[in-house]
Design a protein around this ligand. Structure first.
Ligand SMILES: NC(=O)c1ccc[n+]([C@@H]2O[C@H](COP(=O)([O-])OP(=O)(O)OC[C@H]3O[C@@H](n4cnc5c(N)ncnc54)[C@H](OP(=O)(O)O)[C@@H]3O)[C@@H](O)[C@H]2O)c1
Length: 335
């Protein structure tokens, strides 16, 4: 059994993670952390865990966490995460970080988009990006894995095969994404307050969403040349799910059948990417670790449409997929 600690265990991503780990035959949850006072029982915060996990939430130091666990899942916000993760990795524990802290290679790019200096800049560029479909070999045996953002996974999976094959113009990409409200986390904000977002769909952070440099970094690596993407996220009044419609100009004319076959060939052996002929909807992958992708050609433009559950393939399912690879368990265990 591998002893696990979950940091930021009161959040949405952590709850989904705990539920997956409870059915993992090789994982034992040994600690769950929160800054809340009084060491509340985890079921007081997450009633759905009643009778399933007998642990109290504790405000533990990095040294205490690394003494209690061999693998740490950090479900903390960016900034707070690296401050915990850095000493935990130094102490010898292995970590899957849900935050954006270790996804970007460049501390200046991090400071520009996240508005703060990175607390552990020396590690940037050396941490594997936890998208098994592109980086499986590097994830196997890794000490620290940067779990991807939910929007980036939904955009990178459909676009990477076309960029790797040199089939689309790397400067022509438009990513139009819609997310359920849980993508913003459990922490209260005015924009995700029920009367503000119910019965309303709105774009936000146009041209400045923090997932833009992450998407461009990973797609540029896939393309072998700089990729520029216009990424426009929208908030949709549903609990969970992401739908991404991506547009790109083919380098030379491409048929819809060739586009679909490009996806089918690329993902032929992938357990969690389903290349579908129909137009996928968020309910198809709800509560699962699948990302459903398809392609269309309209007026000589390539369109990809992809869906996933932001809390599973977009966060906790991907994290357990990475954990399985890091520790040598079958990749689909508990998923
Ligand atoms: N939601 C998603 O769909 C999604 C998808 C991909 C990645 N992520 C990433 O996963 C992480 C967790 O996301 P989430 O949606 O679960 O967030 P969340 O629901 O807001 O939970 C985060 C938890 O971290 C703790 N926390 C907040 N601020 C903190 C601070 N300054 N220092 C220490 N602890 C703090 C809070 O617990 P206490 O107040 O109890 O201490 C909070 O419950 C984030 O980095 C997020 O970007 C989320």
């Amino acid at each position: 059994m591998t002893r696990i600690a979950v940091l930021g265990a009161t959040g949405y991503a952590a709850l989904e993670l705990i539920k997956i780990l409870l059915r993992h035959p090789e994982a034992e949850i040994a600690a769950v952390t929160s800054r809340q006072e009084g060491r509340p029982h985890v079921a007081m915060i997450h009633p759905s865990l009643t009778g399933r996990l007998d642990l109290r939430l504790e405000d533990l130091s990095p040294a205490e966490v690394s003494a209690r666990a061999e693998c740490v899942f950090s479900c903390l916000p960016h900034g707070a995460s690296a401050a915990m993760v850095s000493p935990i990795v130094d102490a010898g524990a292995r970590v899957v970080d849900f935050s954006a802290d270790y996804r970007l290679n460049d501390a200046d790019v991090f400071a520009e988009w996240y508005g703060q200096k990175h607390v552990d800049p020396g590690r940037l560029g050396k941490v594997v990006y936890g998208l098994p479909e592109l980086y499986r070999r590097q994830i196997v045996g890794a000490t620290l894995v940067a779990n991807p953002g939910c929007y980036p996974t939904a955009a990178i999976l459909p676009l990477a095969p076309f960029l790797k094959a040199g089939l689309i113009d790397p400067k022509s990409i438009i990513i139009d994404s819609k997310s359920g409200i849980s993508g913003a986390g459990r922490t209260m904000k005015l924009t995700t307050h029920y009367p503000e977002c119910n019965e309303s769909v709105s774009a936000y952070n146009v041209g400045r969403h923090r997932h833009t440099p992450e998407i461009e970094q990973i797609l540029s690596a896939a393309a072998g040349t700089a990729v520029e993407a216009i990424f426009t996220p929208h908030l949709v009044p549903m609990d969970r799910g992401i739908l991404a419609t991506c547009y790109a100009r083919p380098i030379s004319p491409i048929s819809e059948e060739t586009a679909l076959q490009t996806l089918r060939d690329f993902y032929a052996d992938e357990p969690f990417v389903r290349v579908v002929d129909h137009l996928p909807g968020t309910k198809d992958s709800l509560g699962t670790n699948f990302c459903d992708v398809t392609a269309r050609v309209v007026r000589d433009r390539l369109l990809t449409i992809s869906c996933l559950d932001n809390l599973v393939k977009g966060a906790s399912g991907a994290a357990v997929q990475n954990f399985n690879l890091m520790f040598g368990f079958p990749e689909t265990t508990a998923l």
